[in-house]
Design a protein around this ligand. Sequence first.
Ligand code: ADP
Ligand code: ADP
Length: 232
Amino acid sequence: MISIKDVKKIYPSKKGKVTAVDEVNLEITEGEIFGVIGYSGAGKSTLIRMLNGLEIPTEGSVTVANRMVSKIRGSELRKARQEISMIFQHFNLLWSRTVRENIAFPLEIAGVNKTQRLKRVDELIKLVGLEGREDAYPSQLSGGQKQRVGIARAIANNPKVLLCDEATSALDPQTTDSILELLVDINKQLGLTIVLITHEMHVIRKICHRVAVMENARIVELGPVLEVFKNP
Ligand code: ADP
Ligand code: ADP
């Protein structure tokens, strides 16, 4: 589903250049929940952003769902992002719109008609457990509820891949667990491939099948979670 080949990302900076990702090769299988863990500055965010074309690699190629996202631009990239969607640490919701309107937004952009939209939004609200909160504004929701809106919005157009950028890092431990359980449900029910980045071992242990450990722009360990995190 995802193929990252010889990828390097260099940012220009005042002090010279910063190599954020270096010599990364990675294959992620359809239906997998794949985690990338590492300290702040390791390159996780840059790596995941290259999976949906938010960053373009300086070298190498990134292919997701049969599209070479490292090469495409414009309308083709926008189409690709319906199949490769993303959720964020700070949710990135539309603050002046209700839960229902936030979830309907990507459907509107995709040109889904109003009747279909209403039906799909109802389905999504049930799927993420937000019944009764349809008309609330984001500022009236708890952190966990905000992320449920983020997830519903991200999966509205039936993507093949869901990217999670520190999606539980702003949440308390209990809420984190409930969001992780929702991600597992979605992975099982919809067969969605999930790639998540985190600095928390607990998140990886709880839901990931495999993990890559990043350090100084490189993947330094890769394998099934139980092998990589086995007790010495
Ligand atoms: P992580 O997500 O693991 O914290 P990042 O991918 O955000 O790591 O950052 C990796 C490195 O790239 C860091 O040294 C960071 O300062 C640098 N970096 C990230 N984004 C930019 C940017 N837009 N411009 C310049 N340097 C950047
Ligand atoms: P956190 O998860 O750290 O509590 P939030 O998700 O509340 O952060 O906020 C993330 C971003 O959204 C911030 O930049 C904040 O300024 C903005 N934001 C949060 N709540 C609102 C709101 N009700 N209206 C407008 N912007 C908001």
